[in-house]
Each structure stands twice: as structure tokens, then as C-alpha cells.
Design a protein around this ligand. Structure first.
Ligand code: ARG
Length: 588
């Protein structure tokens, strides 16, 4: 997305260059790369945003044309700046600095946001393109842990980010509902399971059985063989095996759905691993015909040694299929069904090797979409304070985390704002804000160090801080009590704080693009923290006498102009939070 202000500056500079180097400059253009749209395009691409903003809003480094013009950069800067309005342009050593007028920016940005509302920042780059996003993908009969939460948070955010750019995202939950572990579950359940107990707290109960199985397996290795046989039976459609597996799956899905409802997460498809059962043979055929399948100790594998990877396991000696086999079937299916322009797999970094292997197999098959498969990997979530109940088995249940966050958030509100209506609903919103932002507030490859004190701090770099800022903006608009008008005197918007805020608002669309390009919702998170910080500087702005400048004052024209800005900030903050999947309370 082009920045209109940057274009504007580039235009002025290009004209000045032509005036300062008549005739000559066109010769320089010949040497420019052909993808650059003339001198304007060249300048546009080289404009920098100075770190020290008192230097200007944009700076053009004259070095970039020194060789072509055969002149010293400082000399070029001086000559070119001399052609321009000194109120807006100045030479500073080898740079030409440019300053935008605040009213000019306000007149361009505010009507745009006012008119477009939350559609501000929408783009069409993705039109006609489909992007398959595999996220969340928990394992049935196991608790939904915080690791799956991170995949859920990142994946769902990417879904909304791509949607905003015009793509058609396809959200896929690749449930872990098949595999040798179900042999173990079946054996454990047949040995120790009780239907009445299962109905009470299914996931915890199944998980306890699973943990027990592993403990007993150590003492009695024959259990492993039983489990292998039962998984084989399941793959062969044995009615008892299928009955138990179906039971586990139904209970699990009900639990997962409850969590997704709390989080406000949706999927377009629930195609878990078992969905591919009847497609496995077709996959094996394709691989065999391509000459990729070899036998290794009775198992069927794709040898990947030449690529520095262990072999990709397709079938065990007993014919049982594996995670990778079902993955390959999933890739074929997704391409056939959706013709995706890209397929993302939002899965922890611990599965890096798995994805390298299966993607390599697709490449060896010569599939045209081999380079469109992306493993969007992320780091671990670590809990600092052990106050979190981990139950046994050392896994942290997401539901416990949400419940704790809700309790803590409710306590904070009761202290800060005891009269708040809908306290419970707000506490839930804050809980989600805290938990989701804990995941999205750091770059995805980094580990998250989760600490209750940090994630719930209303003044820190947190979800609740952004939510609180949103509530404050909403309260200002309520207090103003009149419709926000677009026809204001933009000349009244002139402070450096307002300028900073306007320019930051304007960067929203670019930020969404960057987040999509790098598969990184954290760019939105950081953008919003900065938006809140810049807004707070504006909110706490003092006049020349050191008095706080009130947004709502008795000067109607000034108030109207500022409220248009306030409404724009609220709108962008609201939309940014939506992209992160975080609810935006009106009051808290
Ligand atoms: N169920 C897997 C796990 O919990 C994650 C699946 C990710 N998606 C995929 N297509 N492999 O580890």
C-alpha cells in the first residue's frame, strides 16, 4: 500500500531535482532499475523516516544519486532544497529533510477513517486468492493445553489479517483424532474405564487414564503390544474399537467447542486426521509410482537421507499409518479442494522436522504447489509462577488458565470500578485480552514467559492496557454525547502530538500487510501498543502555560475537531483488537 504523504513528498522532490539539474536528471534515470516508476518512484523508495522526528517526517539521502550526478551528497541536498519551500524542506548535511503540515495530514487521514470506519486499512492484494490456515488442531482425549492456545491465537489472527487484505482464508482444524495413542486409550478404558466417571469430567478422566496407562506400561510391557493391536483393529474398522474411539471423540469435541466459544474462535472445516483414512492408499500409490517408497525393517518410508533428514515414515511393519502419512493426504486434499495460493501450518517449532520432511516429499513429487506450503512455527509458553494448578501429568489446562484470569480480572475491577455493570462479562473480556495478548504480544518464534502479574497489568504492555485505552476512548465519546462530524476545521489540528497520532493511524494498513507477509500478528500488537502510547501523549498534552489541554472544552470547533481524531483512534484500536481476536470493552 502506498503512503500518500510519502508520495506527495517524493513528487515535490522530483520536481526540485528536475529544476536543479535541468536535462541532466533524465540521463540519470536511464541508469535506474526498470521496475522503478521514474524519478518519483526512485525517490519514494529511498525516503526514510528519521529516528529523531524533530528532523522531519521524511528524509531523502542524497548519497543515492551522488554517483550518477557526480556530485557530493551535501552539495546535491543544498541545491535541491534551494528549489523548495523552506517551511517544508531543508538540507541537513547529505539529507534533504521534509516536514508535513499537521492540518494537511489531518485533512487527508481523518475523513478517510471516518468514512471507512473499521474497513480502514482493508486492501485488495489478496482478491481471488485462497489461503488455507491450519490452526489449533488439538488432540482428542487429551486436554486442550496452552500450547494449542498459542496456535489458536496466532492462526485465528492470521485468518482475520488475511481476510482484511482481501484473501479468502480457509480455517482448518486438523484434529489429532487418529494414531497409535488411541490403541492405548482403548486398552486403558477397557481395563479401568467407567462410563459414569467418563460422563462427569471426560477430558480429565481420559487424561488420567492415559497417564495411568503409561505408568502401568512400564511395569507390564505386554500393554504396549495390546495397544498396538487395538489401534490396528481401529484402523480395520473393528466395531468395539470404533465405538470407544467415537465416544472419546464426541466428548472431546464438546469440550473443545466450549473453549472455542469462550475464545470466539471458529473454523471453516474440522477435518481431523481420521478424515483421511480412506485416502491413505491413494497417497501410497502416488508415492510408489513416483518411486519414492522404500522398505526399512518392514516399514515403508521415503528415504530423505540425501537431504540431511531422517526417513519419512509412511507405514509401520503392521501396516498402521502414521502422522506423516495423514499429513501428506491432508496436503493433497487441501490442494485439490481449495486450490490454495498458500497453505499455512500454525504449529509449534517442536514439529519443525516433521514439516520439513513432508514438504520435502511434496517437492520430490514435483507438485507445483510445493513452495506454497509454510510451517508457521512458534515457541513455547512457560509459566513463571507455579501458582497455576497443573493437576497431574504436568499439562496446563486452558480452562483453568481462563478461569484464573477471570477471577483475577474480576478482583481488579471490583477494586478499581466497583459500580461497573456487567462486571462478569467484562472480567471475561479482560481475561481473554490478558491471555491472548500474552501469546501475541511477543514475536512468535520467542517463548512466552507467562506471569499473572504481567499479563493483567492495566498499565503495562498488555491486552488489558489496550482494552482500557479503548474503554477510555469510548467513554470520551459517550461524554461528548453528540454525533461525530466530519466537517471540522482541520486548521485547528496542529500540535506535534496530533501529528504523531495521525501519522501512526495512517500506518495501520501497512502494518496489516507486514503482519501478513511475515505471518506475524505481533506487528499488529506492537502497532496497537504504540497507538495507545501516542494517544496517551495527546491526551496528556499541556499548552504553553503548562496547563492540560482538555479534549472536550467549551470551544465547540476545537472539541469537534479533536473528537473526530478521538473517534478515529477508537475505530482503529477496535479493529486492531479484532484482528488479534481480543474483545474491546466499552467500559471497564
Ligand atoms: N495435533 C497436533 C498436535 O497437537 C497438531 C497438528 C497440527 N497440524 C497438522 N496439520 N499437523 O501436536
Amino acid at each position: 500500500m502506498k503512503n500518500v504523504f510519502q508520495e506527495h513528498i517524493a513528487q515535490h522532490l522530483a520536481e526540485a531535482f528536475r529544476a536543479a539539474y535541468p536535462g541532466h536528471i533524465e540521463a540519470v534515470l536511464v541508469a535506474l532499475p526498470p521496475d522503478v516508476a521514474g524519478l518519483e518512484g526512485f525517490i519514494y523508495g529511498r525516503l526514510e523516516v528519521p529516528r529523531d522526528r524533530t528532523m522531519g517526517d521524511f528524509a531523502f539521502p542524497a548519497f543515492s544519486l551522488a554517483a550518477s550526478l557526480k556530485e557530493k551528497p551535501a552539495e546535491i541536498a543544498r541545491k535541491v532544497a534551494a528549489q523548495l519551500d523552506p517551511a517544508q524542506f531543508s538540507a541537513a548535511g547529505p539529507y534533504i529533510n521534509a516536514v508535513l503540515s499537521v492540518s494537511e495530514i489531518a485533512a487527508a487521514v481523518l475523513p478517510l477513517i471516518h468514512g471507512q470506519g473499521t474497513a480502514f486499512g482493508n486492501q485488495s492484494v489478496g482478491e481471488g486468492k485462497k489461503i488455507a490456515i491450519d490452526y489449533s488442531s488439538p488432540n482428542i482425549a487429551k486436554p486442550f493445553g496452552v500450547g494449542h492456545l498459542r496456535s489458536t491465537a496466532i492462526g485465528h489472527s492470521l485468518y482475520r489479517i488475511y481476510e482484511k487484505l482481501g484473501y479468502r482464508p480457509i480455517g482448518i482444524n486438523h484434529l489429532g483424532d487418529w494414531g497409535t495413542q488411541f490403541g492405548k486409550m482403548i486398552v486403558a478404558y477397557r481395563k479401568w474405564g467407567r462410563d459414569d466417571q467418563l460422563a462427569k469430567e471426560p477430558i480429565t478422566y481420559l487424561y488420567d487414564l492415559y497417564v495411568r496407562f503409561h505408568a502401568e506400561e512400564e511395569k507390564d510391557p505386554s500393554l504396549s503390544e495390546d495397544a498396538r493391536l487395538w489401534f490396528k483393529k481401529l484402523e480395520d474398522g473393528d466395531p468395539e474399537a470404533v465405538r470407544l474411539w467415537t465416544l472419546f471423540k464426541e466428548y472431546s469435541l464438546t469440550e473443545f467447542q466450549r473453549i472455542y466459544d469462550i475464545l470466539g474462535i471458529t473454523f471453516d472445516h474440522y477435518t481431523g486426521e481420521s478424515f483421511y483414512n480412506d485416502r491413505i492408499e491413494a497417497v501410497m500409490d502416488i508415492l510408489r509410482r513416483a518411486g519414492l517408497v522404500t522398505e526399512s525393517q518392514g516399514a515403508q518410508v521415503v528415504e530423505l537421507e540425501p537431504y540431511g533428514m531422517p526417513a519419512c515414515l509412511l507405514k509401520k511393519a503392521d501396516g498402521a499409518t502414521l502422522y506423516a502419512t495423514r499429513e501428506l493426504a491432508g496436503i493433497f486434499y487441501r490442494y485439490e479442494t481449495f486450490h490454495f495460493d498458500r497453505a499455512l501450518y500454525v504449529v509449534g517449532a517442536s514439529q519443525q522436522e516433521h514439516f520439513k520432511q513432508v514438504f520435502k516429499v511434496i517437492e520430490l513429487l514435483g507438485e507445483p504447489y510445493a513452495d506454497k506450503l509454510v510451517h508457521v512455527e512458534f515457541g513455547w509458553i512457560k509459566f513463571k509462577d507455579q501458582a497455576m494448578s497443573t493437576r497431574k501429568g504436568n499439562i496446563i489446562f486452558l480452562e483453568d488458565v481462563i478461569a484464573t484470569a477471570e477471577e483475577k480480572a474480576a478482583k481488579i475491577i471490583r477494586d478499581k470500578n466497583p459500580g461497573l455493570p456487567n462486571l462478569e462479562a467484562t472480567a471475561r473480556m479482560i481475561a481473554l485480552g490478558a491471555i491472548l495478548f500474552a501469546d501475541l504480544g511477543v514475536k512468535k518464534h520467542k517463548d512466552v514467559n507467562f506471569s499473572w502479574e504481567e499479563v493483567l497489568n492495566f498499565e503495562g504492555e498488555t491486552g488489558p492496557y489496550l482494552q482500557y485505552t479503548h474503554a477510555r476512548l469510548s467513554s470520551l465519546i459517550r461524554r461528548y454525547g453528540r454525533p461525530i462530524a466530519e466537517a471540522v476545521d482541520f486548521g485547528l489540528i496542529s500540535s506535534p502530538e496530533e501529528k504523531e497520532l495521525l501519522l501512526h493511524l495512517y500506518r495501520f494498513g501497512q502494518t496489516v500487510e507486514t503482519a501478513a507477509e511475515r505471518y506475524e500478528p505481533n506487528y499488529i500488537a506492537e502497532y496497537l501498543l504504540e497507538l495507545a502510547a501516542v494517544f496517551n501523549r495527546f491526551y496528556q498534552r499541556k499548552d504553553a502555560e503548562g496547563k492540560l489541554v482538555k479534549i472536550i472544552s467549551d470551544r465547540e470547533d476545537e472539541t469537534g475537531a479533536r473528537m473526530l481524531l478521538v473517534a478515529a483512534v477508537r475505530s482503529v484500536l477496535n479493529e486492531g483488537l479484532r484482528l488479534l481476536g481480543i474483545p474491546a470493552p466499552e467500559e471497564m
